[in-house]
Ligand binder design. Structure first.
Ligand SMILES: [Zn+2]
Length: 175
């Protein structure tokens, strides 16, 4: 990884830029799917944690799996969220439970490829260009601390933009 939640930082920034054309829910589900393999290797005590799922080829398969299996799961999760948001003081936070193909595609593929890119900056056991090339040319391109700060910074900026847009729209509706 960066520890899986750090990946959501760039996701929030992408949501701020992409708006309704980008599904943050699909992005999040894809991050979790990407890190299932390292988790299994970790539990088994294997020396190599990042296998073929952490290559661009493997990430393509994960993104396609997230599209077919993860999309209905996202719909259920969003419906559940709406049940929570139906409480009076959260009512303004209700969302559409359907995720169209464009936001699903951008969420899943940007999620999978950004995951490989960010992880390849810090994990020596990764082979991002498998099966076409060995090695990981981006390893240590930036210090790990900076990488985490970058993810965190993108998340804070993205969240601020999303809150600002939400408040702006609410004011526009009410005036
Ligand atoms: Zn990972």
């Amino acid at each position: 990884m960066p520890f899986t939640p750090f990946h959501l930082g760039p996701g929030l920034a992408l949501k701020a830029v992409g708006g309704r054309h980008f599904s943050l829910t699909m992005f999040g589900v894809t991050q979790v799917a990407m890190d299932v393999e390292p988790l299994v290797h970790m539990l088994r005590g294997d020396s190599i944690l990042h296998g073929i799922t952490h290559s661009y080829a493997g990430a393509t398969v994960i993104a396609l799996a997230a599209l077919s299996l993860g999309r209905p799961f996202c719909w259920m999760a969003l419906a559940y969220w709406n049940r929570i948001a139906s409480l009076r003081w959260l009512n303004g936070l209700r969302v559409s439970t359907r995720i169209g193909w464009i936001p699903a595609l951008t969420g899943a593929f940007l999620g999978a490829y950004s995951h490989v890119f960010l992880d390849s900056l810090m994990h020596a056991d990764m082979r991002p260009w498998w099966p076409f090339a060995a090695g990981n040319g981006l390893l240590d391109a930036i210090p790990v601390g900076w990488l985490h700060l970058l993810c965190l910074g993108l998340g804070v900026m993205g969240a601020m933009v999303l809150v600002a847009v939400f408040v702006w729209n609410k004011i526009a509706i009410e005036t």
